[in-house]
Write a protein that binds this ligand. Structure first.
Ligand code: ADP
Ligand code: MG
Length: 511
C-alpha cells in the first residue's frame, strides 16, 4: 500500500504544528521520520491515524483521497499505530488485548478468546515476536508489551505501521530485536513509518529518512547521510556532535550514598540499597532504561523524597536528614528531570527565575534598588552567556520553548559556586544545538573540580559525558564501568544481565 500526504497542515489556535507537509511512503518501505522534540512528528501521525483532523491538505491511500474521523477509519484503510504510551489493558492477557474492540468479537461484548489466541500464536511465529497469547500483559517486560501492540496492529491487517518513538523505552538489545522485526515486516510488504530523534537508529534501519523541523519537512534523504548531515538538517545549522573533553584525574569522593533505600507511595522499594561515590572533578553517569529507580535515587539525594534506609554524605558530613534547601545551600546544584514542576516557576519572568534560589543571597539583596539592578544585570548576562532565545528578560519562562526553558535552569544552577552538580536528563526535550552547549557547560563544571552526577536514559549522552558509568536496573546499581565499555555490554547491564548465574538475567531470548 502506498501512502501519500499532500500539503498537510495542522494549527492549534494561532500555532502551526504542521505546515504544508508532503510525504510519500512506498509499499514495503521503512520510512523514518526524524525530528527534534516538538518538531511536529506525533501531530502528523495523529492525523494519519484519525486522532486529529487536518486543518488543510489531504491524505491518499493508493492514490485515493481518504479522510479519517477516528482511528477506526484509519484501521479500516490499513493504517496501524503503536503510540509512545501503550494502550493495553494491564490485567488482561495478550489474546484478550488483541481481541478487544475489533474483530474476533462474536456479539456485543463477547470476545472469542480462542480465535484471538490462535491468531496471536500464528503471527507471533510468522514474525518471531515471541509473544505468549495467555500471558498477562502487566507481567511482561516493556519490550514485549510493545510487540503486543505491534501484534494488535497486525491482526487488524495494518499495511502501514506507525511506530512513534518506539525505542525510547527499550534497551539497546531490545532495540535491535525491534529492528529485526521491522525488517521481517518490511519483507512481507508492510510499510513502516518509524519515528525517532536518535541519529544512530535512523541510519541503522531506514530506507529513506524525512527530516521534520518546526512543522515542516526540510529534506528527505538516504541512510547514507552522515550523522553530522542529519543533525544539521534537524537543527538548521552545523552542529558539533562531539564534546571536547580532556583527561582528568578525579579527586576524593564528595557525594556518597550508602545502602540507600527509597520506597514509593504504594510501599514498593524502588531504590534497593544503592551505594555510590561521586568524586571531585569527575562525571559519574547513571545509565539505565527509564523507570529503574533513577528518578527516585536523584530525588532522595536532593531530599525531595525520604530515604527509608541508608545514608548520604556531602564532603564527609551526613546530610541524610537535611532539607532540600539546606542541601542546595551546601553547594549542590540541581537540574531536575521534570523542569516544569521542579525547575522553574512558569509564570515568573526569566529574570526572576534566574535568581530563584538566590533572593536571600548577598549578591541580590542589598538595598532594594541595587538588588533590582543586580538582578536585571544578571539576567542580561546569563541570557547572553547561555544563548537563551527570548524576546526579553521579562518574558515568562512558560512561554519559552523546552530547550530554552532548560537553558534557564542550567544557567541558574551553573552560575553559583557548586561542589556537586546533579542533573537528571539534562537535555531531554532540548534541541540538538542546545544539547551541545549544555554538555560543554557540564564538562566545564567537572573541569573546575565539581563532582558531577548525571542521570540519563540516552546512551549517546552517557558516552559523551561520563568518566564512569553506573548502570541501574530494578532499583540497584548492577555495575560501575569505564567510559570505554562497549554499548552491547552496557545494554546487557541495562537489562539486569550482570552474569547469568545470579538469577537476575532477565534478557529475553527470542532467537
Ligand atoms: N493538542 C495540542 N494543542 C496545542 N499544541 C499542541 C497540541 N499537540 C501538540 N502541540 C504542539 O505542537 C508541537 C509539535 O508537537 P508534537 O507533534 O508532539 O512534536 P513531536 O512529536 O515531534 O515531539 C509542539 O510545540 C506541541 O506543544
Ligand atoms: Mg512525539
Amino acid at each position: 500500500m502506498k501512502l501519500e500526504i499532500r500539503g498537510l497542515t495542522k494549527r492549534f489556535g494561532s500555532f502551526t504544528a504542521n505546515d504544508g507537509i508532503d510525504l510519500t511512503v512506498e509499499e514495503g518501505e521503512i520510512h523514518c521520520l526524524l525530528g527534534e522534540n516538538g518538531a511536529g512528528k506525533s501531530t502528523l501521525m495523529n492525523m494519519l491515524y484519525g486522532l486529529l483532523e487536518p486543518t488543510e491538505g489531504e491524505i491518499l491511500v493508493d492514490g485515493e483521497p481518504v479522510s479519517f474521523s477516528s482511528p477506526g477509519d484509519a484501521i479500516d484503510r490499513g493504517i496501524g499505530m503503536v503510540h509512545q504510551h501503550f494502550m493495553l489493558v494491564p490485567v488482561f492477557t495478550v489474546a484478550e488485548n488483541v481481541a478487544l474492540g475489533r474483530e474476533d468479537v462474536r456479539g456485543p461484548g463477547i470476545l472469542d478468546r480462542r480465535a484471538s489466541a490462535r491468531r496471536v500464536r500464528e503471527l507471533s511465529e510468522a514474525y518471531r515476536l515471541s509473544v505468549e497469547p495467555d500471558a498477562i500483559v502487566e507481567t511482561l517486560p516493556v519490550g514485549v508489551q510493545q510487540r503486543v501492540e505491534i501484534l494488535k496492529a497486525l491482526t487488524r491487517e495494518a499495511k502501514v505501521l506507525i511506530l512513534d518513538e518506539p525505542t525510547a523505552v527499550l534497551t539497546p538489545q531490545e532495540t535491535d530485536e525491534l529492528f529485526a522485526i521491522m525488517r521481517r515486516l518490511k519483507a512481507e510488504g508492510t510499510s513502516i513509518i518509524f519515528i525517532t530523534h536518535k541519529l544512530r537508529e535512523v541510519r541503522a534501519v531506514a530506507d529513506r529518512i524525512s527530516v521534520i523541523r518546526r512543522g515542516k519537512v526540510v529534506g528527505t534523504t538516504s541512510p547514507q547521510a552522515s550523522e553530522a548531515e542529519l543533525a544539521e538538517l534537524m537543527v538548521g545549522r552545523k552542529v558539533n556532535l562531539v564534546v571536547e573533553k580532556s583527561e582528568r584525574e578525579a579527586g576524593a569522593p564528595v557525594l556518597s550514598a550508602r545502602d540507600l533505600v527509597v520506597v514509593d507511595p504504594r510501599g514498593h522499594q524502588v531504590v534497593k540499597g544503592v551505594s555510590l561515590d561521586v568524586r571531585a572533578g569527575e562525571v559519574l553517569c547513571v545509565a539505565g532504561v527509564q523507570g529503574n529507580g533513577q528518578t527516585e535515587l536523584v530525588k532522595s539525594l536532593l531530599g525531595l523524597v525520604r530515604a527509608e534506609g541508608g545514608s548520604i554524605t556531602l564532603a564527609g558530613e551526613d546530610i541524610t536528614h537535611d532539607s532540600p534547601r539546606a542541601r542546595l545551600e551546601r553547594g549542590i546544584g540541581y537540574v531536575p528531570e521534570d523542569r516544569s514542576s521542579d525547575g522553574f516557576v512558569g509564570d515568573f519572568s526569566i529574570r526572576d527565575n534566574l535568581v530563584l534560589d538566590l533572593f536571600r543571597s548577598e549578591q541580590f539583596s542589598r538595598g532594594p534598588a541595587l538588588a533590582l539592578r543586580a538582578i536585571a544585570d544578571n539576567a542580561e548576562a546569563r541570557i547572553e552567556e547561555f544563548d537563551i532565545r527570548t524576546p526579553s528578560a521579562s518574558t515568562h519562562v512558560a512561554a519559552l520553548s523546552g530547550g530554552n526553558q532548560q537553558k534557564v535552569v542550567v544557567a541558574r544552577e551553573m552560575s553559583r559556586p557548586l561542589t556537586v552538580l546533579i542533573a537528571a536528563q539534562p537535555t531531554r526535550g532540548v534541541d540538538v544545538g542546545s544539547i551541545e552547549f549544555i554538555h560543554q557547560r557540564i564538562i566545564a563544571e567537572r573541569d573546575q573540580g565539581v563532582a558531577v552526577l548525571i542521570v540519563s536514559t540516552e546512551l549517546d549522552e552517557v558516552y559523551a559525558l561520563a568518566d564512569r558509568i553506573a548502570v541501574m536496573y530494578d532499583g540497584r546499581v548492577v555495575d560501575v564501568v569505564g567510559p570505554d565499555t562497549p554499548r552491547e555490554e552496557i545494554g546487557l547491564l541495562m537489562a539486569g544481565g550482570r552474569d547469568s548465574t545470579d538469577g537476575q538475567n532477565d534478557v529475553e531470548d527470542i532467537a
